[in-house]
Ligand binder design. Structure first.
Ligand code: NAI
Length: 546
């Protein structure tokens, strides 16, 4: 991006703009032209020097929360350097800027808050959200991530403290898929919180009221969506960490006429399906022969179920046959037709079976080949559970997707140990590589970051009017195709995170093709779609300002 010196802020104002600030790396010419003389130390540092300087302090920090604060402060001061560091050390940095550390950061948001980042839409803005969005300094927004903070990871209602999530997700859009940071907008819709400890906390920064619900709540969200699509007509809107009673409703309400998706439902589904495709290469069994047992029939669980159904239909099964392969357990037991407490998204998976509550009895009755944990209940995959599926399957597929790490249904070590090294394992939050019986295992992380940045890039590049389920199916296939035999030998069912930019690019190309084929694209992409999309991707290099 070339800048016009005349329009640039000068001196301290320039240094206070994180998108333009280079700190000690401003060149001599920039110092002369932009009123910076005397305001920075005389030695001009390279970006590499700045990285080293940052890391020296960073490495001395003793907790991940301190790492989070260091990175957040850097993002507020010098965005280019922030993205350079996040991208260069993505495997180390992702667990800090996203799950699991972001969960901790949200829990303590009121204490670690330094500088406002993103927009807060609360009851105070009702009736004038369009005007308020005009306060955002950038106009060419391409991705909005919005939450109301009601279901932050597996941590529950964190109210306005949930802002850490849209900020983190958008950082991943930039780091993983090269969406320009100035084109990203984090939004927190604050309708209050039902979390009493936050309401009692003198440092809580959100609305001090219990959550607005019902028609008044819907009206506020609706006003936001209308205002956002008018103010930022090219923006993709990602719903994030809404509680499931709202998440499904909004997905169904908006997806056919607004360019929107829900990452907890659809992104999770895509990354989990990609993991399943890879795991089946290990077990050597086809998708149609699997029996899935989901723990948790919420956004994540039924989202995965729906995409598995779509994948099975694509392989020639009819919908009823596909649904028969997907069984769910929720907090009340097996999801069966005779229950009268099932919401719509669960009803679609209600099976003709006697009610069962006890997990081991369910496993014995159903003989599942795949266990998918998305219940937010830690320790649900107990030793007897893992042993039971290992008796049934030579290589059981076990995904403990609940986040953060403290909520995982079992740990990687438990899955390998209790299955005698047979489990094909993935988790939602990362587990470090480990040794078991002399073999090294690299547990896969079913991280949504493999999917949503690439899908977003493909949607933006093609100017797709909508985000479709077909895009998530094709993203899953593309991701699975990038897993090598060497990855699989180590138990790794996803590519290394270090390859995330290439992964996102491949997914973006595939998604843009789906947009074109389905008549949703509004941009024409050249034959060399990959080259064109690659050229759009932001790189954290300092651009000369003079
Ligand atoms: P949700 O609140 O929509 O659903 C939770 C479900 O778990 C409900 O159906 C509930 O009835 C069920 N449940 C509660 N106790 C249970 C028990 N003891 N046994 C079986 N089921 C039980 O929550 P959502 O959005 O589906 O998230 C669930 C978990 O999945 C969270 O921890 C979240 O962090 C994680 N998740 C992981 C992702 C990933 O790994 N990539 C992405 C999105 C969510």
């Amino acid at each position: 991006m070339k800048h016009d010196v005349k329009n640039l802020p000068k001196g301290l104002r320039l240094m206070q703009d994180p998108t333009l600030n280079k700190g000690t790396a401003f060149s001599e010419a920039e110092r002369d032209a932009l009123g910076l003389r005397g305001l920075v130390p005389p030695h001009v540092q390279s970006q590499d020097d700045q990285v080293q300087r940052f890391l020296i302090t960073y490495q001395k920090r003793s907790t991940d929360l301190e790492h989070y604060i260091d990175l957040a402060s850097l993002q507020d001061r010098n965005e280019t350097l922030y993205y350079r560091i996040v991208m260069q050390f993505i495997e180390r940095m992702m667990p800090i800027i996203y799950t699991p550390t972001v969960g901790l950061a949200c829990q303590q948001f009121g204490q670690i808050f330094r500088r406002s980042h993103g927009m807060y839409i609360s009851e105070h803005e009702r009736g004038r959200i369009a005007e308020v969005l005009g306060n955002w300094p950038r106009k060419d927004i391409r991705v909005i991530v919005v939450t109301d903070g009601e279901r932050i990871l597996g941590l529950g209602d964190l109210g306005a403290n949930g802002m850490g999530i849209p900020i983190g997700k958008l950082a991943l859009y930039t780091a993983c898929a090269g969406i320009h940071p100035t084109q990203c907008l984090p939004v927190l819709i604050d309708v209050g919180t039902n979390n009493q400890s936050l309401l009692d906390d003198p440092l809580y920064l959100g609305m001090r009221q219990r959550r607005t619900t019902g028609a008044a709540y819907d009206a506020l969200v609706d006003e936001f969506i209308t205002a956002a699509t008018e103010a930022f007509p090219k923006a993709l809107i990602q719903f994030e960490d809404f509680a499931n009673h709202n998440a499904f409703r909004y997905l169904y309400k908006y997806r056919d006429h607004v360019c929107t998706f829900n990452d907890d439902i659809q992104g999770t589904a895509s990354v989990a399906l990609a993991g399943i495709y890879s795991a089946l290469r290990v077990t050597g069994k086809p998708l149609r022969d699997q029996r899935f047992l989901f723990f948790g029939a919420g956004e994540a669980g039924t989202g995965v179920g729906e995409l598995v159904v779509m994948a099975l239909i694509a392989e020639g099964l009819c919908e009823a046959e596909a649904r028969q392969r997907c069984w769910f357990i929720d907090s009340k037991g097996l999801v069966v037709k005779s229950r009268n407490d099932l919401t719509d998204h669960k009803l679609l998976f209600a099976q003709d079976h006697a009610p069962l509550k006890e997990t081991l009895a369910i496993i014995e009755a159903l003989q599942p080949t795949v266990l998918i944990g998305a219940s937010g209940q830690p320790g649900t995959f107990t030793q007897p559970v893992v042993e039971a599926v290992t008796r049934i399957n030579e290589r059981p597929i076990i995904f403990a997707l609940s986040n953060p790490t403290s909520k995982a249904e079992c740990t990687a070590a438990q899955a390998y140990e209790w299955s005698g090294g047979k489990a094909v394992f993935a988790s939602g939050s990362p587990f470090a590589p480990l040794e078991f019986n002399g073999k090294r295992y690299v547990p896969g992380q079913g991280n949504n970051a493999y999917i949503f940045p690439g899908v977003g890039l493909g949607v933006i590049a093609s100017g797709s009017r909508l985000v479709t389920a077909g895009m998530f199916l094709c993203a899953a296939r593309t991701l699975a195709d990038l897993v090598t035999e060497t990855d699989l030998e180590q138990g790794r069912i996803y590519p290394p995170l270090a390859q995330i930019r290439d992964v996102s690019l491949a997914i973006a190309v595939a998604v843009a093709r789906v947009a074109q084929e389905s008549g949703l694209a509004t941009e024409t992409l050249p034959e060399d779609m990959e080259g064109a999309i690659r050229a759009m991707m932001y790189r954290p290099d300092y651009v000369s300002l003079v």
